[in-house]
Every structure is written in C-alpha cells, then in structure tokens.
Design a protein around this ligand. Structure first.
Ligand code: SF4
Length: 389
C-alpha cells in the first residue's frame, strides 16, 4: 500500500499541481484549500461541493493530518500550551496567548535547535530535526479550529477567527528550516486559507544574515531579531551564531530587510539577564548601535524578563533594573516594551518552550503513558488539563 499524501504539506500552487495529477481542474485546488484551511475539514466526506468521484480518489490517496496532541494545558491567565508529537520521540510546543481583541499563536519550526543560545532551554536540548510544512502550518490549523470548537464557533472564512497573529518564536530557528517555513508562511497569508496580513505574522530569527535577505525576497513578513547583547564580545557568548554573523553584518541585514518589510521597524528582542547584559552601559551601547546616522536601524525593543531554568546558571534582572534599562532606551526615543510574563505556571513563558521536552527520556515516558491511557480511557484523554485558579 502506498503512503497517503498529507495535503497540509502543500502550498496553494502545489495543490493545483496535485489536483492536475488527479486529472482535476485548478478550481478544485481552491475548493480544497478552503475546506482545509478555512473550514478546518479533516474528512473528505465533509467536502460536500466536491464530486463524489473526487472525494473517493482523495480518500484513497490523501490525508489531512496535523501533529498529534500529547497534552493540552490552560494557564490561570488563559495562556494555552499544547505539546505535540512530531514522531520518533520528538515533541514540540505551541502556545496561544489571548489578549483583548487579539489572539497570538506562538509556533515552532524545528524539533530542538542547533543555535544553542545560552539563555534558551530549547537550545540546551540540541537539534533533532526540521519540521515539515504540515507540522508547521498544522499547528495553526489545529489550534484555530480547536479554539473555535471550544467556544462553539462555526468554522468558515467569515468572523470568529481566534488566531489574529502568528509569531514564529517557539522552538527552532525558522531561517534554518527555510523552505518549509516559507511555504507555511504563504499559506498563512493566502486569502483562500487564513488570510492573515503580513504585519500580523512575525518571524523571529537569531540573525541568519543570508536567509534574512532571502526571506525579504520570498515572503517578507514582520521581523523580530533576537539581539540580547549590545556588543560582539557579549553576543558571541550568548548567541553563538554571532561569531558567524557579527553585529555589523546583522544591522546591515536589518536595514536591507526594512526596504521590503510590511512594517517600518525591526523588533529587537532582548532577554534581561541579571549582571550579564542589563547594565546602563549596555543600554547606551544599544542606543549607539541602532542610532548611528546613515547606519541607523528603525526599531522597537522588547525587553524580556528571563525565565530561569535549571542548568542555565543565569538569573532574571530585577524589575527596577529592567525599568531603568528601558528608560535609557526610551530617553533616546526608542519605543520600548517590557514583555509581560504569561503562562509561568505552565512553563509557556518565553525561553521555556523546551521545559518539558528537554529531557527526552521524560518525553518518551509521557508519550508511552499517554498512548496507554488513550487506549484505556478513549482518544480524548489528556486533551485538556485545567490548571486550578
Ligand atoms: S533562542 Fe531561538 S535560536 Fe536561540 S537556541 Fe533558543 S530556539 Fe534556538
């Protein structure tokens, strides 16, 4: 028996080619795209405006399969975190952050990460593998329609959208898994799929300079750069990729990107580490770095209170220190925000996305147990675990 083709893996253009291969007209691809990404259909029989003969062909050759949910936790502040099985003992995490008038989904692009930033728990687990398009866009597909189901909102293109913003800030360096990431981005932006605006989709990179240029040409979305240091010596120790692409090259790449970006600024993320990168001198160095005449980079700063995890040997900066640091940036006219920590009680705060998957033995054990419990208690076992308020 031949393996089924997962239609979540296809860009709109690839879906046209696939339909062509089945002897179907291009408009069938548009219908399929809408059924899958606007109505959340996972069952070909539900696609009632497709001819029965086509539905039979699809049932014989294709599938619509997102990663399986291992666990599903809701924090007291409404933040929801899913642990997803991506096969061979690998799991990734995805986080939904509800706020007034918007819902942000933070998704992963790799299982593990090779960049190994010193303050990041994902980096500590090492790199396992790149996610496929189906595994990346499948996170949005699964979360959007699960959130609607939970609220009793009908799927469909009009109204009721739960996820208004997507950030690629979960596990992995998206630009080191370029093609699948860009195909997933194109699906997120497509009007026959999720129809998100480029301004509402943000890719976060640690600074893979050549791929930043490629992204500006292939699919320019909003860009966030994990900066975390104000000079090369410091950044070499925190973000090892800096040795390959030092700050002068990174800043030049940011300026080039802005010529194509949907926003007129780059967001710099800066994890606040007590006694490491949080002195007034670091803040002044940052001002000099981004405000250097013709070489200036229009930007915003997002200061992220570090979420300590075992083995990091690092501590979170104190709140007064973070505020004093922010004040120096703001006094220089730079828009600066301090990220609210969300979902602390379920390890969903930034930099903790590997919290539970860091220890592979534990993941194996959890997955084995979950399969056993599902067998015993039904397939929905473990889908929602309410954290008591
Ligand atoms: S911060 Fe991002 S790039 Fe750095 S190790 Fe963590 S996941 Fe990888």
């Amino acid at each position: 028996m031949t393996a089924l083709t997962n239609l979540l893996d296809f860009s709109p253009a690839q879906l046209v080619e696939y339909c062509d291969g089945l002897g179907e007209k291009p408009f069938r691809a548009k219908q399929l795209l809408r059924w899958i990404h606007q109505f959340g259909a996972g069952d070909f029989d539900a696609m009632t405006d497709l001819a029965k003969s086509l539905r039979e062909k699809l049932k014989a050759h294709a599938t619509i399969t997102a990663p399986l949910v291992i666990s599903d936790h809701i924090s007291t502040d409404g933040t929801r975190k899913w642990l997803l099985d991506v096969g061979q003992g690998n799991a990734v995490e995805m986080v939904f952050i509800p706020e007034d008038g918007r819902g942000t989904l933070c998704i992963s692009t790799q299982a593990g990460c090779a960049v190994n930033c010193r303050f990041c728990s994902t980096g500590k687990q090492g790199f396992s593998r790149n996610l496929s398009v189906a595994e990346i866009v499948g996170q949005l597909w699964m979360a959007e329609f699960e959130l609607r189901r939970a609220k009793g909102i009908e799927p469909g293109p009009k109204g009721g959208r739960q996820i208004t913003n997507v950030v690629m800030m979960g596990m992995g360096e998206p630009l080191l898994n370029f093609e699948p990431t860009v195909t997933a981005l194109k699906l997120m932006l497509d009007d026959n799929a999720y129809g998100l605006s480029r301004r509402r989709v943000t890719l976060s990179t640690s600074g893979v300079v050549p791929m930043m240029d490629k992204l500006s040409q292939d699919c320019p979305v909003a860009l966030a750069v994990s900066l975390h240091a104000s000079n090369d010596a410091l950044r070499d120790g925190l973000v090892p990729l800096n040795k390959k692409y030092p700050l002068i090259e990174l800043m030049a790449a940011c300026r080039r990107y802005l010529a194509y970006a949907p926003r007129d600024f780059i967001t710099f993320e800066y994890c606040m580490l007590d006694g490491v990168n949080d002195a007034d001198t670091n803040a002044r160095e940052l001002v000099a770095l981004v405000q250097s005449g013709v070489n200036s980079v229009p930007c915003k700063f997002n200061l992220i209170p570090f979420n300590p995890f075992p083995e990091s040997g690092l501590k979170r900066s104190t709140n007064p220190r973070i505020k004093a640091f922010a004040q120096i940036l703001m006094d220089a006219g730079i828009v600066t925000t301090i990220r609210k920590t969300r979902g602390d009680d379920i390890d969903a705060a930034c930099g903790q996305l590997a919290g539970e998957v860091q220890d592979r033995t534990r993941v194996h054990e959890r997955m084995r147990k979950m399969a056993e419990y599902r067998e015993k208690f039904g397939k929905d076992f473990g889908r929602i675990v309410e954290v008591p308020r």
